[in-house]
Ligand binder design. Structure first.
Ligand code: FCB
Length: 474
């Protein structure tokens, strides 16, 4: 029997043979070792030390100690049969102050990690920026400063130069929406500033950084596959009233189209610029050509749907921030977020795989055809360890299975979807929520650092082995 026949027998919803099955993490959330091997300080190291920023005052100084345990973690990935692992490189490990010579010891960690992955047959997918800006660059103005984009391009080129012989798949900035609007408008994330106009500058400079880095890496190695990474939401108006529909247009504009149009069409949407009321007037000639430099794939992080209302006075955000925070919705602060009554995860995020279908079909329809990859999708639940020592997280299995079914249907409908990365491989430091929310396929006992695959990890491993999902009856 050929391999393909075996796979056909095993799975009713078979994915393409070259579909990428992966899981994702990010540096600050897992590595720990914040003072080792010459690492500099990042804005998150500063932020977690400020009172009231993180639930229970936690920090990621140790996190899940991946810096020291990476070999075991890679072995675990191989045991689960992961085809690919998406991780991020910590900028302050490479350039402790955000510019200048490379710190060889910091770079060497990632070089060893990449070698280990390749040895075990797991394809490394590198994200260059997952929110840990060197503090020295924040002190010089942070993302609202144009200089930061140029520094990022230099850093990206240094990492790409060192790892590009072994790493084929690259992404630049993870979720520029979060880095800009949670970092500089609501203040829920580092650096915790509440300066709405500066957040718009930050968003543009994060996109500019993406473009400059893409150009720099392209010049080094034309065969690298480079993508931008956005977090997209399905957006619904609460009612068909004009006010609610306008609220939906605004939030779709700032969350989705601002980034998609910039990256894929080379222009910010006119209506969003009007919503921003002159706040985006600082861009320079030629910027948008750089921002929209050709990419080989678009990486999409998808978690939920927002239902919005134009009647002010409701929640200012879909899930209340765990700490004191302002509105991230610059220019559209009056929009209210309502719960539409769907089941929610432990984050309070509504579970809705139809939103993913909407987004995938929309991308295929409205944007120049670019291969798509789901670079994050997953859910936090109140995990309970069973008598057998295992977390039987059926809810997480259901969540991932429903979203994978949607992926399969989208591929059947002609969407160029090439891969799926579960968030996250292991429980880890969930930003302002600290260790309170667990997204892992693998449980981490924070006291002992023991890794114990949850039922979802074993289910995912089986799915990967079969190359797809069983029929609806499974
Ligand atoms: C995304 C982040 C990721 C993780 C998940 C839950 O916005 O990229 O680091 O926190 O949400």
């Amino acid at each position: 029997m050929t391999t393909q026949e075996t796979r056909l027998q095993a799975a009713e919803l078979l994915f393409p043979a070259d579909f990428v099955w992966g899981a994702a993490t990010s540096a600050y959330q897992i590595e720990g070792a914040v003072e080792e091997d010459g690492r500099g300080r990042s804005i998150w190291d500063t932020f977690v030390r400020q009172p009231g920023r993180i639930v229970n005052g936690e920090n990621a100084d140790v996190a899940i100690d991946h810096y020291h345990r990476y070999r075991d973690d890679v072995r675990l990935m191989a045991e689960l049969g992961l085809g690919a692992y998406r991780f991020s490189v910590s900028w302050p490990r490479i350039q402790p102050d955000g510019s200048g010579p490379v710190n060889a010891r910091g770079l060497d960690f990632y070089s060893r990690l990449v070698d280990e992955l390749l040895e075990r047959g797991v394809d490394p997918w590198v994200t260059l920026y997952h929110w840990d800006l060197p503090q020295a660059l924040e002190d010089a103005g942070g993302w609202p400063s144009r200089e930061t984009s140029k520094r990022f391009a230099d850093y990206a080129a240094a990492v790409h130069d060192a790892l590009g012989d072994r790493v084929r798949n690259w992404s630049t900035v993870n979720e520029p929406w979060c880095a800009a609007f949670l970092g500089y408008a609501s203040g829920e994330h580092a650096p915790g500033r509440r300066e709405p106009a500066q957040a718009v500058r930050a968003a543009h400079h994060l996109l500019l950084a993406h473009g400059l880095a893409t150009q720099a890496m392209r010049a080094q190695r034309p065969d690298s596959r480079i993508g931008g990474c956005v977090n997209l939401y399905a957006i619904s108006p609460q009612t068909e009233s004009e006010a609610d529909r306008d609220a939906a247009r605004r939030i779709d504009g700032l969350q989705n189209r601002f980034f998609l149009d910039a990256l894929l069409k080379g222009a910010y949407p006119e209506d969003v610029l009007i919503d921003l009321d002159g706040m985006a007037d600082f861009t320079e000639d030629g910027d948008m050509e750089i921002v929209s430099a050709p990419i080989d794939m678009l990486l999409i992080n998808y978690y939920s749907r927002f239902t919005v209302s134009g009647i002010p006075g409701g929640a200012a955000s879909a899930a209340a921030a765990p700490t004191d925070a302002g509105s991230p919705w610059v220019g559209s602060e009056a929009v209210s977020f309502v719960q539409a009554g769907r089941p929610v995860t432990a984050m309070g995020w509504e579970i809705d795989d139809t939103g993913l279908r909407e987004i995938l079909l929309r991308l295929a329809r409205e944007y120049p055809s670019v291969p798509l990859v789901i670079s994050e999708n997953g859910a936090a639940f109140e995990d309970v360890v069973g008598d057998d020592g295992v977390v039987h997280d059926r809810e997480r299995v259901d969540y991932i299975e429903a979203h994978l079914r949607t992926c399969h249907a989208a591929i059947e409908a002609g969407v160029p979807l090439k891969g799926y990365f579960a968030w996250s491989l292991m429980d880890n430091f969930e930003w302002a929520w600290g260790y309170d929310k667990r997204f892992g396929l693998v449980r981490v006992d924070y006291a002992t650092q023991e890794r114990i695959p949850k039922e979802s990890a074993l289910w995912y491993a089986g799915t990967i082995r079969r190359g797809g999902l069983n029929g609806p009856a499974e």
